[in-house]
Design a protein around this ligand. Structure first.
Ligand code: GLA
Length: 733
């Protein structure tokens, strides 16, 4: 899996279908030689041309050799202020005020199993899974500062992870201003980049563009991974499609500020780098102190985006979160937010929950509004956040009274929290006004009337762990929705001296992981769902804690088709919170059939977000049947290979997607049309991933070969009203 070739001084990491190669030069620089389809060659350094790049610097130790240039050669972890002018992997201010860092090979280790980081969540090797780690130590010969590059090789899953730990030498204090988790060089250009942008209600919309000369960059400086860009992108051949062409996935396991950039230089060589965003980032390290950069997850597919997504799905389904819920059946949820907002009492909740059983719900979630008392009661957005005890006005019998009654009805009980936030109108703020992020002498900005607690402070983290655990330790809660409804600004902590304020953005995220460890990991019987104003913190690191994350506050079926489509490029359907909501939709005012809403919500952890008291008996019965369809197929939906069969909003006239069991004996296909009645045209949906040589029964009726289902496809009649839904169940004979 990991080969160190002593003759050529190369490291080759092999997965089932891919190879990744590096070489230590005679001067100790670590070059990146190759990432792509599997090769057996032990040294492909011939790809570096033997040409003089005029004007480029040549390190002094190479003597008269004018070819050897750090800027022309492909680097594994690029240096700083030493003649590589492309995106650097590192920026430091050394004790003497200089900015130079040149990492040279010192040692390496290869071992079975997967490395872990001590401060940040990482992917892990599943039981009995064959995973290997390579650690390479590079050191700057002058300052003694070293970086350990970590590589985790998940051979069967075609995934390679990377992470970096920097350790200061013995020269004195070091100021770390930038460190990338991974950077990959290509000797060529001609790539497209596919990235996922958006905003609240409009998350992870794919956008593809050609990489031209210069730097392309996405990122977040909002304190969270954010709605605006996901910490994930695909570098691909311009001709790459769902089923063909080179595609490289780069994903950062981090929930805070990130940057992901791609540079095509004047020699038409390409570098992709990703890591913590370097805005307002400066970490001081004393002699011998270390800093860990978050993990990056890389995968390559020669067969386009479907395989690339399968690789990410397989790893996130098995190697991110150790919750027992990850691979078990998830409850069908009925959530109180869209129907009731802040206005409810125990009676109303119980009536709703009772009717929820007629929808097939297993778990009732009491969303926002259950906490705070008196003047600080959470009857609106302006009060209560931080006071995590129930409001006796709404819940006279307490959370326990409500929970007991729900449990007696045979329902599970879920509760909403927003641990990281505080309203000024709360007891918590009154007691600890200094516990929120706030720049001295400036009043902090509010967002949704709330302030961010200063999670860089250990005392705030410990308080939150005990306050939330006090509710959870009652043993009456089965599910928690962990929300986060603003972006961070006013980033200053009075807990730290003024020369450490550049650490606060990152220390906030370390604090977040600390409280997640202290709350989530200590409650293995509770199902946790992440959330951030919908899908504003949908990232790989959050998936280490939450088996599922609410995808978007936009529950309009048509909008969700695109949100879920974009999300699926990296994240499995089993992680996407998706609910059927009432129509006209609260946000868009659009109306869709129950069938269409259910089909779209089956592209995720199915549930409801409506008031069943407003539904007719027929509607309740119809929804119950949809819930049953979901329940019957949940294993296939969560565990099968997922295929995008269309590109919604990209000219395709219907949205179609598919789940195929790993043994290819079953498949479930959904198609939702747009307004296609106007064109008198034939539409076919081509079914992927089947065994071409087997015959499949379609909805227990027609029999077709896997090949015909792919090449000819299934007919979608155009004489149907807009947003009609088709479901095809395929069973191999
Ligand atoms: C966020 C969430 C919603 C809901 C509200 C409650 O917007 O995304 O689902 O929980 O907060 O305030």
């Amino acid at each position: 899996m990991i080969i160190f070739d002593q003759t050529h001084n190369t490291f080759t990491l092999n997965t089932k279908n891919t190879s990744y190669q590096m070489k230590v030069t005679e001067f100790g620089h670590l070059l990146h030689l190759y990432y792509g389809e599997k090769i057996t060659d032990r040294d492909v350094s011939y790809l570096i041309p033997n040409v003089i790049r005029s004007h480029e610097s040549n390190p002094s130790e190479v003597g008269a050799n004018r070819v050897y240039s750090l800027c022309a050669y492909p680097q594994e972890f690029s240096s700083n202020d030493a003649g590589d002018y492309r995106i650097s992997s590192i920026e430091v201010v050394n004790t003497d005020g200089s900015y130079a860092f040149v990492g040279k090979y010192r040692s390496h280790k290869i071992y079975k199993g997967k490395y872990r980081l001590s401060t940040l969540p990482t992917l892990f090797a599943a039981d009995n899974e064959d995973v290997e780690t390579l650690e390479i130590e590079l050191q700057d010969e002058v300052t003694g500062v070293s970086v350990t590059l970590y590589y985790g090789v998940f051979a069967e899953k075609d995934v390679i992870t990377r992470a970096v730990k920097l350790t200061n030498g013995d020269k004195g204090e070091l100021r770390l201003q930038k460190i990338m988790s991974a950077s990959v060089d290509f000797m060529t250009d001609d790539f497209d980049i596919l990235h996922f942008f958006g905003h609240h209600y409009y998350e992870r919309r794919p956008e593809r563009q050609h990489l031209n000369h210069g730097v392309f960059e996405i990122g977040s400086t909002r304190g969270s991974s954010g709605h605006f860009h996901n910490p994930f992108a695909v570098l691909c051949a311009p001709e790459a499609t769902e089923t063909n062409g080179d595609a490289y996935g780069f994903l950062l396991m981090y929930s805070g500020n990130f940057e992901l950039s791609a540079e095509v230089d004047g020699y038409s060589q390409t570098r992709v780098a990703l890591g913590i965003n370097h805005k307002q980032f400066e970490f001081k390290l004393a002699v011998g102190e270390s800093f860990e950069a978050p993990e990056a997850v890389l995968t390559y597919s020669k067969d386009g985006f479907s395989t690339l997504s399968h690789n990410f799905h397989n790893i996130f389904r098995n190697n991110a979160c150790d919750s027992k819920f990850v691979n078990s059946e998830r409850p069908v949820i009925l959530n109180s937010w869209e129907p009731f907002r802040f206005t409810f009492d125990e009676e109303k909740l119980l009536k709703t929950a009772e009717l929820g059983k007629r929808l097939g719900a297993d778990l009732f979630v009491l969303d926002d509004g259950w906490f705070g008392q008196g003047d600080f009661a959470r009857d609106h957005e302006k009060a209560g956040l931080g006071d995590w005890t129930e409001d006796p006005k709404k819940l006279p019998n307490g959370l326990k009274g409500l929970a007991d009654k729900l449990h007696a009805m045979g329902l599970k009980f879920g509760l909403w929290f927003e641990p990281e936030m505080v309203n000024e109108r709360s007891n918590l703020y009154k007691a600890h006004p200094d516990w929120c992020l706030k720049v001295p002498d400036r009043a902090p900005s509010r967002s949704r009337h709330q302030l961010c607690l200063d999670l860089s402070r250990p005392d705030v983290c410990e308080y939150l762990i005990s306050a939330i655990n006090a509710v959870l330790d009652q043993g009456i809660i089965d599910y928690v929705k962990w929300d986060y409804n603003r972006y961070v600004c006013d980033v200053y902590s009075t807990y730290y001296p003024q020369d450490r304020q550049g650490e606060i953005y990152h220390r906030y995220i370390l604090g977040l992981y600390r409280i997640l460890d202290g709350i989530v990991k200590t409650h293995p019987d509770i199902l946790f769902e992440g959330c951030s104003g919908g899908g504003g913190r949908f990232d790989g690191a959050m998936l280490c804690y939450h088996p599922q994350i609410w995808c978007s506050d936009n529950t309009d079926a048509q909008s969700r088709l695109t949100v879920q489509y974009g999300t699926s490029f990296a994240y499995p359907v089993s992680t996407m919170g998706a609910h059927v909501s009432a129509c006209p939709n609260k946000k868009t005012k659009r109306v869709f059939s129950w069938e269409t809403r259910a089909a779209v919500a089956m592209h995720g952890t199915f549930g409801y977000e409506l008031d069943p008291a407003k539904m007719t008996d027929e509607e309740l019965d119809a929804c119950f049947k949809q819930t049953e369809i979901y329940r019957k197929n949940q294993r296939l939906i969560f565990g099968g290979d997922y295929y995008r069969l269309s590109a919604p909003n990209d000219g395709d006239i219907f949205s179609a997607w598919e789940f195929v069991s790993k043994d290819k004996s079953n498949a479930l296909v959904f198609a939702v049309t747009e307004d296609i009645s106007i064109l008198d045209k034939n539409y076919y949906v081509h079914i992927k991933g089947l065994d071409p040589d087997r015959n499949y029964k379609v909805n227990g009726d027609l029999t077709l070969s896997g090949k015909a289902l792919d090449k000819i496809g299934l007919l979608i009649p155009h004489t149907v009203p807009p947003f009609s839904t088709f479901v095809f169940e395929l069973t191999a004979e």
